[in-house]
Design a protein around this ligand. Structure first.
Ligand code: PLP
Length: 397
């Protein structure tokens, strides 16, 4: 773990003067964790015409915008098949069902993630097996995965957390050795890369969420499954639409998990901007790194093989809860992703995990803090976040 020394601790009198100034400023502006309105205002004409087009054609379910977006996003991810679905949780569930994971199977995943990752495993009747994460990247630790493989293991479900791909070289190698399927949870990683290849095309099948606050966000719920495997793609297409190949013939028992045409149209209008938005997030992350270089906090680390899509910029400090309150008092909406790891959630008490079972996960959950980051964030807003962190730390030292 890297703890940085605070070499330029400010004197507390200066800090108090700054606080008065910042308090006054905070009354007039808050800095959100993500600003969906600023993004809409910037691309209003594209969004409005995409929505109006769906209304004009009244193709509300499985209209042409669905296939158009699926093809465009598959190309963006460098894969041959894209299937739009109702949300990211459904994407994982349908991917698991499509590759044949079901009752009696174990799926190895992270406990430091949003609950949807594990819920999908449980909802297909399989058992989530939680393993620890790497202390630098916060993604699945390949050695922990290797140690958890049993004869019942069918799949690995790495999460590209905060926008950074998991160690896909090591995980794909393990999967190859043990004949396992690998499913990417890329819900936070639109536009991230591992060894130059885009997230979504790094394993057997991949799942995305387009929840509004995601790097590519719909105006409601939406998700997608991406794969190069034609048979898996066909299964997901059937499963999301009542097992239907034609209107009145149902080949299997599926579900209604289709992406909404309006959402597909909105996502199609936003997709051309995604690379530029990712570059802006990357520039903001680099700027946070330099603004906070001297602060006594742990800054995020990106593996040499990866580029992060910087869905979240997550720092760590043992004083996380106090820093979160301080930032909130001064108009900065920071967040915690995620305070209670999945192996300690009441919903998974039946699995029998105890505190202490996943020490890195638990330490990260106790100390992580997500700072605001979104493409429309201004340098002045970012300066203020960094300044507040410096003031907080100088008061504590
Ligand atoms: C890592 C991760 N997996 C899965 C999901 C589920 O996506 P959704 O909310 O679209 O169901 C999310 C987002 O909410 C997520 O962050």
């Amino acid at each position: 773990m890297r703890f940085r020394n605070n070499s330029n601790t400010q004197k507390s009198s200066i800090a108090i003067t700054q606080l008065y100034h910042l308090n006054a400023e905070a009354m007039s502006h808050t800095i959100p964790l993500v600003d969906l309105r600023a993004q809409y205002v910037a691309i209003r004409a594209d969004i409005d015409s995409a929505i109006q087009n769906v209304i004009d054609t009244t193709s509300f379910v499985m209209g042409p915008a669905v296939r158009q977006f699926e093809e465009a996003f598959a190309a963006f991810c460098g894969v041959t098949h894209g299937i739009g679905v109702s949300n990211g949780t459904a994407a994982i569930e349908l991917a698991l069902r499509a590759v044949g994971v079901g009752p009696g199977d174990e799926v190895i995943t992270a406990a430091h993630t949003f609950i949807a990752t594990a819920e999908a495993i449980s909802n297909v009747g399989a058992k989530p097996v939680f393993v620890d994460i790497d202390p630098m990247t916060y993604t699945l630790a390949p050695a922990a995965v290797a140690a958890a493989i049993t004869p019942a293991t069918r799949a690995l479900l790495p999460v590209h957390l905060y926008g950074q791909p998991a160690n896909m070289t090591a995980l794909m190698q393990l999967a190859h050795q043990h004949n396992l399927i690998v499913i990417e949870d890329a819900a936070q990683a639109h536009g991230a890369t591992w060894q130059g290849k885009a997230a979504g095309g790094l394993a057997d099948i991949a799942c995305f969420s387009f929840y509004p606050g995601k790097n590519l966000g719909a105006y409601g719920d939406a998700g997608a499954v991406m794969t190069n495997n034609a048979a898996f793609a066909e299964q997901v297409r059937l499963l999301r639409n009542h097992g239907r190949r034609s209107k009145y013939v149902h080949d299997l028992v599926g579900a209604n998990e289709r992406i909404d045409t309006l959402q597909a149209a909105i996502l199609g209008a936003k997709l051309p901007y995604l690379a530029e938005w990712t570059a802006k997030r990357q520039a903001l992350a680099a700027r946070y790194h330099s603004l906070l270089a001297d602060a006594e906090i742990v800054l995020p680390t990106v593996a040499a093989e990866a580029t992060s899509a910087w869905h979240l910029y997550v720092i760590r400090t043992p004083q996380r809860d106090q820093l979160l309150s301080f930032l909130k008092e001064h108009g900065v909406e920071a967040g915690i992703h995620y305070p209670v790891p999945l192996h300690l959630q009441p919903a998974y008490a039946n699995l029998g995990y105890q505190r202490g079972d996943l020490p890195v996960t638990e330490t990260v959950a106790d100390t992580c803090l997500s700072l605001p980051i979104y493409p429309e964030m201004t340098e002045a807003q970012q300066d203020r976040v960094a300044e507040l962190i410096h003031i907080f730390l100088s008061q504590k030292s």
